[in-house]
Design a protein around this ligand. Sequence first.
Ligand code: ADE
Length: 254
Amino acid sequence: MLIETLSVFPAMFEPVMSTSILGRARQAGIFDFKAYDLRDWTHDRHRTVDDEPYGGGQGMLMKAPPIFEAVRSIASQGPRPHVVFFTPCGAPFDQRTAERLSHEERLLFVCGRYEGIDERAYALADERLSIGDYVLTGGELAAMVVTDAVVRLLPGALGDEMSSVDESFATGETGGLLEYAQYTRPAAFEGAEVPEVLLSGDHAKVDAWRRANAIERTCRWRPDLIPTARLSESERGRAAELVERYHGPGYSEA
Ligand code: ADE
């Protein structure tokens, strides 16, 4: 997979793309990464990428022409990229989206700065994504978040092929629940003991405890995930009790 970014701060990316799992995956050729500087597609002495908004208002907007020129010139070098623009007005990014993007051969991430981008530039976008309901100073961090979530799904990126399967939100195994609690040595720490069953060596009991724990944690911390989680009838009944216990009656109607 080739991941490319277009932004006014291309230097932000290199430390993240060369560290830890991303760095190793890149070294191993699991993905390749390039960061382009939008200013390379400007033609004035000041390399201007922004301008005042028509109709007035606060701040500056990114101009459409350099973005058009840049995306067209980058896209012309190789297979057509899937083009993603980052904006707080985009669709919410989630694990399902990460899985979908992980099948693309070439991704081009366009990162806005200032108060936004001239709306006409979005004509180049295959999609617009937001990483959450808060406003960042630019799309670069969002592009790094999405790159991290996508690359770790690529075959070989994590070393252990199974480790991206039974996790929080994974659309597979855990059926849309948060991941169960995990513990390592010491068995007793600061007055808190590791649950006895995890020391028992009884795999069936461990699996049952983990499933119940995943349901309990999801009911407590993310009750909004319960309606779409894959639960048996008895689990659903138990989950309804837990949601009521943690969040009071009437939560689901709220
Ligand atoms: N740019 C600024 N805020 C953002 C957000 N929350 N998600 C994606 N891009 C952004």
